[in-house]
Design a protein around this ligand. Structure first.
Ligand SMILES: [Zn+2]
Ligand SMILES: [Zn+2]
Length: 330
C-alpha cells in the first residue's frame, strides 16, 4: 500500500477565498483501509469531505469579515469576535453557519459517516440492499433515495465525461443495443431503451449514449459528437449503417472521413460485444423504472471506467462535489 493515505496528496495551488481547489488529487482505498481510517473518526470524515470539496473548508464572518473557526462539536463554523461597526463602541455578535448547510449532505437524515460508507458500498462491486441493510442499518426507503441520488451523480459525470474517442490510425467499434424488458414474445414490440456506444480498440476509451431511436440521423449525430474524424469505424451489418454509408459520406466528407469496414472481411467486434455483455450483466433488470434506466447505465459505465474499485470513491465524491458544490452562505 504505497502512497495511499487518504487526503495526503495535496495540490500546491494556493487557497483563495471562495474558490478552493480540491485538496485530494487522488486517493486509493480498499474497503478495509476506508473502514480503519474513517469508521468512528468524525474529524477524519469531515477532513475527507473537505478534501473532496463536499464540505466547505472555510467560512467568513459577515459581521467582522474574519475567518470563522470550525467547531466540530457543534458541526458549525462560528465567530464571536468583538467588532466595531462604523467606529462605534465595540460589540460582540455571534455568527453560526452549519457545516452541512447547502452541501451534498444537507437534506439527508443520515450522518456523514453513514453517507460516506453508503457511497463507498454503492460504487463497490458488492453493493446490494441486503449488504447495506446489514452493514449500515438503513431502511429500504433510505437506500432507494440515496441510490437514486448517487445515480444522478454518475449521470452528471457521464455527461461531463463527453469526449471524442478514436482518431486517425485507430479503430472504433460501434454498436447499438436495447436494454430493459426482456423479449417475451418474438414479434411483439419490446419496451426498453436503445443505447448506442463505441469502443476504441487501441485506447480502450469508450462511450455510451442513450438514444430515442436508431434512425440514421440519430446515429450520425452521435458519431459526429463522439468519434474523431478519420477514425476507422467498424460496425455490424445493421441497415442504419448502410444508410450512413450511402447518405452520410456525402455529409461526412466535410468534417468526417470514415471507413466502414465490412465485418466479413475480418474486422471483428469482440471488444464492444464484451462491453455490452458487461453492461447487460451489471444493469439491474427487474423492478426498474424506465426513467431510471440512464442512471443505471451511468453507474455501470462509471464502474467500468474506474475498473479498480479502490479508485472509485475518490472519483465519485469528486463528481458529487462538482454536481453539488457547497453553496455560498447567505
Ligand atoms: Zn481522494
Ligand atoms: Zn465575526
Amino acid at each position: 500500500m504505497a502512497d495511499v493515505t487518504p487526503g495526503t496528496s495535496r495540490s500546491s495551488e494556493p487557497v483563495t477565498k471562495g474558490n478552493l481547489p480540491l485538496s485530494c488529487v487522488n486517493c486509493y482505498l480498499s474497503y478495509k483501509d476506508f473502514s480503519l481510517h474513517y469508521s468512528g473518526h468524525y474529524e477524519h470524515l469531515i477532513q475527507f469531505s473537505q478534501d473532496h470539496n463536499l464540505l466547505r473548508k472555510q467560512a467568513f464572518c459577515p459581521h467582522c469579515g474574519k475567518e470563522c473557526r470550525l467547531d466540530l462539536q457543534k458541526k458549525a463554523f462560528r465567530c464571536n469576535r468583538s467588532y466595531a461597526p462604523r467606529q462605534k463602541q465595540k460589540r460582540r455578535r455571534n455568527y453560526y453557519l452549519s457545516l452541512f448547510k447547502g452541501t451534498w449532505f444537507s437534506g439527508s437524515l443520515m450522518d456523514v459517516e453513514t453517507v460516506l460508507f453508503f457511497t463507498y458500498i454503492y460504487v463497490s462491486d458488492f453493493f446490494n440492499y441486503r449488504v447495506v441493510r446489514t452493514e449500515l442499518g438503513l431502511s429500504d426507503v433510505a437506500i432507494n433515495d440515496w441510490s437514486s441520488y448517487c445515480r444522478e451523480v454518475t449521470v452528471h459525470w457521464c455527461i461531463r465525461q463527453k469526449q471524442q474517442i478514436g482518431g486517425p490510425g485507430t479503430t472504433v467499434e460501434i454498436d447499438e443495443a436495447k436494454f430493459g424488458k426482456r423479449k417475451y414474445n418474438v414479434g411483439r414490440v419490446i419496451e426498453g431503451q436503445w443505447v448506442f456506444g463505441g469502443v476504441c480498440r487501441q485506447t480502450r476509451q469508450f462511450f455510451v449514449v442513450p438514444v430515442d431511436n436508431r434512425s440514421s440521423a440519430t446515429l450520425l449525430a452521435v458519431i459526429k459528437d463522439y468519434i474523431v474524424p478519420g477514425t476507422t469505424i467498424v460496425s455490424d451489418c445493421w441497415r442504419a449503417y448502410d444508410c450512413l454509408k450511402d447518405e452520410g459520406c456525402v455529409h461526412l466528407t466535410v468534417n468526417h472521413s470514415m471507413n466502414f469496414v465490412d465485418p466479413v472481411t475480418g474486422a471483428h467486434t469482440n471488444t464492444i460485444e464484451r462491453k455490452w455483455r458487461e453492461l447487460c450483466e451489471t444493469t439491474p433488470r427487474y423492478g426498474r423504472r424506465r426513467y431510471n434506466f440512464v442512471g443505471y447505465l451511468a453507474v455501470t459505465y462509471f464502474k467500468i471506467h474506474f475498473d479498480d474499485p479502490k479508485t472509485r470513491l475518490h472519483a465519485f465524491v469528486k463528481a458529487a462535489a462538482e454536481f453539488t458544490p457547497p453553496s455560498p452562505p447567505c
